[in-house]
Write a protein that binds this ligand. Structure first.
Ligand code: 13P
Length: 239
C-alpha cells in the first residue's frame, strides 16, 4: 500500500499564493506515495489545474446530506464534481471549534463514500485526556463512529489535539502505540479493507523521516509545514 502524505492548508492561501506555491513545487514521479492537497473549497478547481499524476485533491469537510436547504454546508457530491478524490472528516478543528459531534461522523463518511470519495477520518485526544490516561478510550469512542462501515474504503489520521499547531510533536513511540491500538480495533471489529493510519500534529521536515520510519505509520497529515513548497517537498520525500 502506498504511503499517503497530505497537505491540509486549512484556512490559508488565496489564488496568487497557490500559483506561487506550484511555481516552486518540485515535480517528481510519485511512484511510492500518494500526495493529497486539501485547500479551501473555492480553491479546489484552481488547485486541481496545477496537479499532475500522483497528486490528488481533497475537501476539508463535507455534509452528511446529499443536497438540500443547508446553507453553508458542502456536499461530497460537489466535491467529487470539482475533482476531489479525498475528504477530511472529523478534523479536530471541526470537532472542537465548530462543535461537530461524533454521532454525525458515520453519516458523513457514508455520504462521502456514496459520492465516490475516500474519507480520511481524523481522531485524536486532547491534552487533559492524555494526562488523565484516557487516550485510547477517547480514540476508541471516536472510532465507534465507524461501526457499520466495515466493508468500505477509508483511511484514518491520528492527530493528537495537543500536537496540532503547537510545535509539540508526538514521540515516534507514542504515536506508534496509538497506531497499533487503532489497527487492533480495526482487526477486532472485522474491518475488511486495507486502512492506512496517518500521523498528524506539528510534522516538520526535521521529524518526518523519524515518524515515517515506524512501520505502522502509513503517512502524514501536515498542516503549517505544508504551506511552504520546499518544506512540504522535503517532508514528502523524507523516506
Ligand atoms: P500542524 O501540522 O500545523 O500541527 O497541523 C496538523 C493538522 O491539523 C493537519 O490536519
Amino acid at each position: 500500500m502506498k504511503r499517503l502524505v497530505c497537505a491540509n492548508w486549512k484556512m490559508y492561501k488565496v489564488k496568487s499564493d497557490v500559483k506561487s506555491f506550484f511555481e516552486r513545487w518540485e515535480r517528481y514521479e510519485m511512484i511510492d506515495k500518494e500526495i493529497v492537497f486539501f485547500p479551501q473549497f473555492p480553491l479546489l478547481e484552481f488547485v486541481k489545474s496545477f496537479l499532475t499524476k500522483g497528486e490528488k485533491l481533497g475537501g476539508q469537510n463535507c455534509s452528511d446530506k446529499k443536497e438540500g436547504a443547508f446553507t453553508g454546508e458542502v456536499s461530497p457530491y460537489l466535491l467529487k464534481d470539482c475533482g476531489c478524490d479525498y475528504v477530511l472528516i472529523g478534523h479536530s478543528e471541526r470537532r472542537h471549534i465548530f462543535l461537530e459531534k461524533n454521532e454525525i461522523m458515520g453519516g458523513k463518511i457514508l455520504n462521502a463514500i456514496n459520492a465516490g470519495l475516500k474519507p480520511l477520518y481524523c481522531v485524536g485526544e486532547k491534552l487533559e485526556e492524555r494526562e488523565a490516561g484516557k487516550t485510547i478510550e477517547v480514540i476508541f469512542n471516536q472510532l465507534d463512529a465507524l461501526k457499520g462501515l466495515e466493508n468500505v474504503e477509508f483511511d484514518i489520521a491520528y492527530e493528537p489535539v495537543w500536537a496540532i499547531g503547537t510545535g509539540k510533536v508526538a514521540k515516534k513511540e507514542d504515536a506508534s502505540f496509538v497506531h497499533t491500538k487503532i489497527k487492533e480495533f480495526l482487526s477486532k471489529n472485522d474491518f475488511k479493507k486495507e486502512i492506512r493510519v496517518l500521523y498528524g500534529g506539528s510534522v516538520k521536515k526535521e521529524n518526518a523521516r523519524e515518524l515515517l520510519s515506524a512501520d505502522n505509520i502509513d503517512g502524514l497529515l501536515v498542516g503549517g509545514a505544508s504551506l511552504d513548497p520546499e518544506e512540504f517537498y522535503r517532508i514528502a520525500t523524507s523516506i
